[in-house]
Write a new protein. Sequence first.
Length: 337
Amino acid sequence: MNLKTQNSTKKTVLITGAAGFLGSHLSDRFIKEGYHVIAMDNLITGDLKNIEHLKDNPNFEFINHDVSKHITIDGKLDYILHFASPASPIDYLKIPIQTLKVGSLGTHNLLGLARAKNARMLIASTSEVYGDPKVHPQTEEYWGNVNPIGPRGVYDEAKRFQEAITMAYHRYHGVETRIVRIFNTYGPRMRLNDGRVLPAFIGQALRGEDLTVFGKGNQTRSFCYVDDLIEGIYRLLLSDYAEPVNIGNPDEITILQFAEEIIKLTGTKQKIIFKELPVDDPMQRQPNIDKARSILGWEPKVNRAEGLKITYDYFKSLTAEDLYKVDHKNFNDYIKK
């Protein structure tokens, strides 16, 4: 691949899924830290708008490529961060096979590249490896409660396999690897139409629609602002700890309470309406972050009120086209399965 000339004194990092929500924020962070960033994305769910501000930076490269296919990178490579993957139930429905392939074939390809380049690789795992948990809050030692054939199984099992093959390469081939288990994260550059609860609520409020709560709204989530998450990932990459680490905000809230917070934040008069709970939707999500605190010296700093205000202001700045580009049909199909 034809890349700009790399400064031999700079460390080089490959970030997959770089045009996505988290990948674009990671690109920003590594540019700020003085790295040469090679960004890779096939744009199946990513958006070039997220990294447009970096395109003229001499330390930034973009490659349109599917990591499920063979990957070739010329020159040195110090780090790989694998963040290429659909990350919402709507996406799982549209592209279930691609979701499985990026977690399996894509991870395999990147681990092979890390081995060849003697690079350290960090994979983006997820709290979904815990499924609908029977342990609360979730510690890294919990093995999970996952339905492998349910509608969420293509994502859950892709991530569980991703962890397994990563540890196999670490133990058998001696590849330096890191595993971050990411809990619910929010902030600017989220897709309004991705089906996750925060953009869904804010999008409904901005369009003047009633807010949709599934089930009775007593299921819980714990929301971490994106800047806090990126700091935790950065510290984990540079640490010497190879086993999974939860990164998230343990401040737990019910979905109904969260809907009420959004109505208050947006100053809208919408009602809350209730619909059938999706299949295998986790009832509790709260990370135990003792390891992150002790190993990385990390904990979240941005409180939810502050983070939501920043995120709401971002969504308010979107165009009308973005605001109304919502795939209700696919999400309704997901609810019924």
